[in-house]
Ligand binder design. Structure first.
Ligand code: CTP
Ligand code: ZN
Length: 159
C-alpha cells in the first residue's frame, strides 16, 4: 500500500486561480474585504480559517483560494498591510506557476484614503494619497501631507 506522505488536504486543490496561503490566523475575511470580494461577484472561493500548520500543532494560518482569478500587484500590496507573511500562489492547470511573498512597500500611493477629513488629499484638489510606512508590525502609516498616523483599524475603514 502506498504510504501516506502527503499532508492532509483540508480544502481541495484548484485548477486555475490564486491561493493566498500563510495568512495571519483569523484575518482571511479581512483579506477578502481588502480585495473588495464580498461573495456576490460570483468567484468560487474556498476559505480556511485557523487551520494548524507546520510541525508545531499550535501554529495556525488562514488560506483563501480564488478560482479563475489572478491577483494583481496592487492587491498583493494591500494584503501585505494586514498579513505580512502571506504568500501568493498563482495556479495554472493545477500547478503552482508562481509563488511570491507579499511585500509591503515603504511608500503607498493612491491605495488608501487619509482619515483626516481636512487633509489636502480629501479636498477637491487632484492630489493622490501618499503614505509612509512608519511601522510594519503592527502596521502604522503616516500621511505625507497632513502627518496623521493611521493604524490597522483606520486602514481597514479607508482601504
Ligand atoms: N494549491 C492548490 N491548488 C493547486 C496547487 C496548490 O490549492 N492546484 C495550494 C496548496 O494547497 C497550498 C498552496 O496552494 O496551500 C501552495 O502550494 P504548494 O506550493 O504546492 O504547497 P507548499 O509547498 O506547502 O507551499 P509553501 O512552501 O508555500 O507552504
Ligand atoms: Zn492626510
Amino acid at each position: 500500500m502506498k504510504k501516506m506522505v502527503e499532508k492532509e488536504l483540508r480544502v481541495r486543490k484548484i485548477k486555475q486561480g490564486t491561493v493566498i496561503d500563510h495568512i495571519s490566523p483569523g484575518t482571511a475575511l479581512r483579506v477578502l474585504s481588502i480585495l473588495g470580494i464580498m461573495g456576490k461577484e460570483g468567484h468560487i472561493l474556498s476559505i480556511a480559517i485557523n487551520v494548524p500548520t507546520g510541525k508545531n500543532q499550535s501554529n495556525r494560518k488562514d488560506i483563501v483560494k480564488i478560482e479563475n482569478k489572478e491577483l494583481e500587484i496592487t492587491d498583493i500590496n494591500k494584503i501585505a498591510l494586514i498579513s505580512p507573511h502571506a504568500t501568493i500562489n498563482i495556479i495554472r492547470d493545477y500547478k503552482v506557476v508562481s509563488k511570491e511573498k507579499v511585500k509591503l512597500p515603504s511608500e503607498l500611493k493612491d491605495i488608501i484614503k487619509c482619515i483626516n477629513p481636512n487633509c489636502i488629499t480629501n479636498s477637491r484638489e487632484p492630489i493622490k494619497s501618499h503614505f509612509t510606512v512608519e511601522n510594519k508590525e503592527p502596521i502604522l502609516l503616516r500621511c505625507n501631507y497632513c502627518n496623521i498616523i493611521m493604524d490597522l483599524k483606520d486602514i481597514l475603514k479607508n482601504i
